[in-house]
Every structure is written in structure tokens, then in C-alpha cells.
Design a protein around this ligand. Structure first.
Ligand code: GLC
Ligand code: MG
Length: 507
């Protein structure tokens, strides 16, 4: 990011050709619980020097990321795909529980998940798989996404491994549903459970096709589970009863559960020749235990793991070196496990105090994007020490001819935008303000140009707003240690966010 102003390139990219009408907005869609107006990217015309000159008016269908062939694995129509196929196996598959694992409900600043997000987007998103595996139903999962700074997973497993969906559109795996129908009759489960006065039914949203959920006191849990299980066997059902969080009791078909869902995904990935090189399972409570039983899986029980999980571990997996009990809470424990098992980079940009010193020996657009928005967050949180140097550094990475199209449609030169940043220095101090980027997919369009597409989110207190962002960066005339030059930034509101915020939304 830091570069002396004199090394600024007069960028010749035809960034201005990426006009508003090319960046049109399509119909509003539901996207992982947030309604989104997707950018028109298929059939999106862009012209970049070197491509447009040799192939005039070529309409290019942009595909971001490397997951090209997963479409077949997902067995879904092309238009329904939202994560893109790759020629090889994912480098790392993280399968993480949400409540008290990825998400720390005792941290109002959400620091550990934000650290994980920055690491994932900068270092893993382009070639790895993020899977969330939660006990929550789709309704409660979508609610959590609105409250917490969560990334968009490639695969979402919900309702304690009874529902598997793919991509941003959350396309259900019908094969899994069919499989779970075997030896399952929910009416019998309801009949038998109604005979237990110790069981209190959970809310309607948490009762699913293959999951019946109750609350039961800790002291009574073991006994209830034993006699309920006997009764259901007598009625010809093959079920699994799981106790979690010292209060939740779930009844599922025997073949269901978080572990079985992971085994099913592994099998599918293997058949498609895409078994991940490494898998890391992360959890904190009873329903996560079976994640750690899947062959070849590394596991982390976060520091704050529940008693029932620790007990399961002590009884069943004490000597397994592939499972650790982290010394850090929640997502920080996941990062710790990545380091412990040497699964890949484990330093989040959020842990680097002086980001201007964090230089690379190669061009890395995803890393640049993550770093740029971290700088900006620190600016607004009044965490930047030398404001003048900061602004001139920022200017030096922006092309003088570069343009920023604000989500409101207002257009301004990048340099003018940076001059305007003086107005917002420290304006979010003590306001629980954070920025994160999600699904950062760089696409190299010629030897020195990338188009990077991602979602940029800001949260102040409880309120979130986001926009789809497209950035053009260039390596023309600069060294890797100097970072890429930002030539164009174009944003579109993600629907459902407050849109009258032109004066509060800067980049
Ligand atoms: C989530 C679900 C709940 C389930 C619990 C444990 O909290 O909402 O239905 O019982 O996870 O699996
Ligand atoms: Mg949990």
C-alpha cells in the first residue's frame, strides 16, 4: 500500500468504459438471508486494453474464482450456481459450527470472527471451501447473518446436518433429503416425545422435516435420552438423539447429523475428483462431536467448548493428535488450529499493526482489497497515527485518472475521494464500527490487470450495510512491494441496506 507518490502510474486502462449501464442491476434476489441486487456479470461488457483491442466488442462472461467444475458436483442448473468451479481440489475445507464457534456471542466487537474473515478472504477464498454447519434452521441462520459479520459460505449445513445447501442461492441437496427419509417417521417421533413431561418443544421454526427439537434440563438429559431411544426403537425407528449446549435435545434420522453430512460431502467431492487436501472441523458443543469422527479430518474444539463435548473427547478421542482443544475462544481458536496443524497461512491482516509494512513479493489483489479496507476502518476508528502520510500513501496507490462510482450513482475521481476522507477521520471512534469484505474473487484479465469482485460490508453497532463492489487494479509500472494501483471502483447497494447514506459511505 505504501508507495512514494512519484511512482504513480498514469494508468491507461480504459476504466471509464466500465460505465453505469454495463454495471446494471438485475432483479432483487434472496441471498443467504439478505436480499441482494446482483450485478449483471454474465454478458457484462468490459473493455480493458489488450483484450478489447484484439477482440473488439467481445462480450465476456466473467467467472470469478477457481471453482469452475463444482457446478457438476452440485448438480444444479447453471443459473443457480453461485460458487464457481475449480480445476483442482480445494486446498483447505473448513467446516465450522456457528454459535460459540465461528460466532462469539460474548464479544460485542466481533473481533475473532473479523480476524478470521480477513485471513480467509486474503489467503483462502480463491482456492478453498468454507462450510458452515449449524444446528440452526434456515430461519435462525439467516437471522444470525443479519446480526453478525459473517462471510458467505460455499456450502451451508443447517438443522444439525439434516439440510445441506450450496452457494449464495442456497440450493438444497435433494439427494440428502431422500437419503434421510429412510426409516424416519416424524409423526411417531411426535407421538413418543409427547409422553415425556421433561421435554419442552423448541420454537416452530426449529422443527424441521428431519429434526425434532426440545429443551431438557441437564440433570434429566441422560435418562430421558435412554428411555426415549428405547421407545423409538420399539416403534421401528432408527434415530439419533443428540444433546447440546447443556439444554438442547435433537432427534434426527440415524443417518443424519453434522458428521454424516460432512462424510456425505466428502464422498461427493471425492467422486468429483475434488476431495479437499485438508479438512478442519471446528465446534464447541455436543452436536459437533461427530464432526471429529470423520476419517482424515483435523478437529478443533474451541477454548470455550461445552462440557458435553469435552467429556465426549475424554471418553472417545483423548489420544487422537488430530483433535485439539484450543487455548483461544471461538474463531481465534480456528486460526490457532490452522497454525497448529500447519494447514496454511495463519496470520490475519487484522493482527498486523503496521499494515504499510506488510509487503508481499508477488501481486495479490485479494490481499490488497482486504488490506485497503482495513486501513480505511482504522482511519475511521481513529487508529491511524500519521494522517498526512496515510492520505498521501493512499493517493499513491490510486490512479490519478481513476474513478469511484458511489453506490448512489454519484461519480468522482479517486483522488477527490481521498481528499474527502479528511472529513471522516475518526468519525466512528468508539462506535463499534467495522468493515469486512466477503467473497473476494480476483479475475486476471491480462498480464497486469485484475478485476476484483466482492461484497463490502460496514457495521456500526447493530446496523449493517453493504454493497457489491467491483475494482480494477493494475500492476503496470509498479513493483510487488509497492502494491497494485487502484484504477476503478464501482459499487452497488445490496438491497435492504439503508440507502440514504451518501455522506456516510466513502469507499
Ligand atoms: C440450534 C438450533 C436448535 C438445536 C440446537 C442444538 O440452537 O436452533 O434447534 O436444538 O442448535 O443442536
Ligand atoms: Mg455451537
Amino acid at each position: 500500500m505504501v508507495r512514494s507518490p512519484k511512482t504513480v502510474v498514469q494508468d491507461s486502462i480504459a476504466e471509464r468504459k466500465l460505465r453505469d449501464d454495463d454495471h446494471r442491476v438485475l432483479k432483487t434476489e434472496e441471498w443467504q438471508g439478505r436480499s441482494v441486487k446482483p450485478l449483471l456479470l454474465h454478458g457484462f461488457k468490459f473493455q480493458v486494453e489488450g483484450i478489447s483491442s484484439s477482440r473488439p466488442n467481445r462480450t465476456k462472461s466473467l467467472r470469478f474464482g477457481r471453482f469452475r467444475r463444482f457446478g457438476r458436483f452440485m448438480n444444479t442448473p447453471k443459473s443457480k450456481r453461485s460458487w464457481i468451479d475449480s480445476p483442482g481440489s480445494p486446498r483447505l475445507m473448513i467446516v465450522s459450527d456457528l454459535d460459540h464457534t465461528m460466532v462469539d456471542h460474548h464479544d460485542p466487537e466481533n473481533l475473532s470472527i473479523l480476524r478470521f474473515n480477513a485471513l480467509w478472504e486474503a489467503k483462502y477464498r480463491h482456492d478453498s471451501l468454507l462450510v458452515f454447519s449449524t444446528g440452526r434452521s434456515p430461519v435462525l441462520y439467516k437471522q444470525l447473518r443479519k446480526e453478525k459479520p459473517m462471510l458467505t459460505p460455499d456450502i451451508t449445513i443447517m438443522s444439525v446436518g439434516t439440510e445441506i445447501t450450496y452457494g449464495n442461492d442456497m440450493v438444497p441437496d435433494e439427494g440428502w433429503v431422500e437419503f434421510l427419509n429412510q426409516k424416519w417417521d416424524k409423526n411417531i417421533v411426535s407421538e413418543e416425545t409427547s409422553k415425556f413431561s421433561e421435554l419442552t418443544l423448541q420454537s416452530e421454526t426449529e422443527q424441521r422435516q428431519h429434526k425434532a427439537s426440545f429443551y431438557v434440563e441437564k440433570a434429566k438429559a441422560q435418562e430421558v435420552m435412554k428411555s426415549l431411544s428405547e421407545r423409538l426403537v420399539q416403534r421401528g425407528l432408527d434415530v439419533k438423539i443428540i444433546y447440546s449446549g447443556g439444554m438442547d435435545l435433537d432427534i434426527l434420522p440415524q443417518g443424519a447429523g453434522k458428521g454424516q453430512a460432512l462424510a456425505y460431502l466428502h464422498k461427493k467431492l471425492k467422486e468429483a475428483g475434488k476431495l479437499p487436501k485438508n479438512t478442519l472441523a471446528c465446534g464447541d458443543s455436543g452436536n459437533d462431536a461427530e464432526l471429529f469422527t470423520i476419517p482424515d479430518v483435523h478437529g478443533v474444539m474451541v477454548k470455550n467448548a461445552q462440557e458435553e463435548l469435552l467429556q465426549w473427547h475424554a471418553e472417545n478421542a483423548k489420544n487422537n493428535p488430530k483433535i485439539i482443544h484450543a487455548t483461544e475462544r471461538c474463531a481465534a481458536g480456528i486460526i490457532e488450529a490452522i497454525g497448529h496443524f500447519k494447514l496454511g497461512p495463519n496470520i490475519s491482516s487484522r493482527d498486523v499493526t503496521d499494515l504499510s509494512d506488510a509487503k508481499l513479493d508477488h501481486f495479490d489483489p485479494a490481499y490488497e482489497v482486504v488490506k485497503f479496507y482495513l486501513f480505511f476502518e482504522r482511519w475511521r476508528r481513529a487508529e491511524v497515527k500519521n494522517a498526512e502520510v496515510f492520505l498521501s500513501n493512499l493517493k499513491s496507490v490510486c490512479s490519478p485518472s481513476g474513478v469511484f462510482v458511489h453506490p448512489s450513482g454519484f461519480e468522482q475521481s479517486l483522488h477527490d475521494c481521498i481528499d474527502k476522507l479528511k472529513d471522516c477521520c475518526g468519525d466512528k471512534k468508539d462506535k463499534r464500527y467495522h468493515i469486512w469484505v466477503d467473497q473476494v474473487f480476483p479475475l486476471q484479465v491480462d498480464s497486469d490487470t485484475w478485476i476484483v469482485k466482492f461484497k463490502k460490508w460496514e457495521q456500526t453497532g447493530e446496523e449493517q450495510q453493504g454493497c457489491l463492489t467491483t475494482v480494477i487494479v493494475s500492476s503496470k509500472g509498479v513493483k510487488p512491494t509497492e502494491g497494485l494501483t487502484w484504477a476503478h471502483v464501482h459499487q452497488t447497494w445490496i438491497d435492504g441496506t439503508t440507502q440514504n447514506t451518501r455522506n456516510d459511505w466513502f469507499f
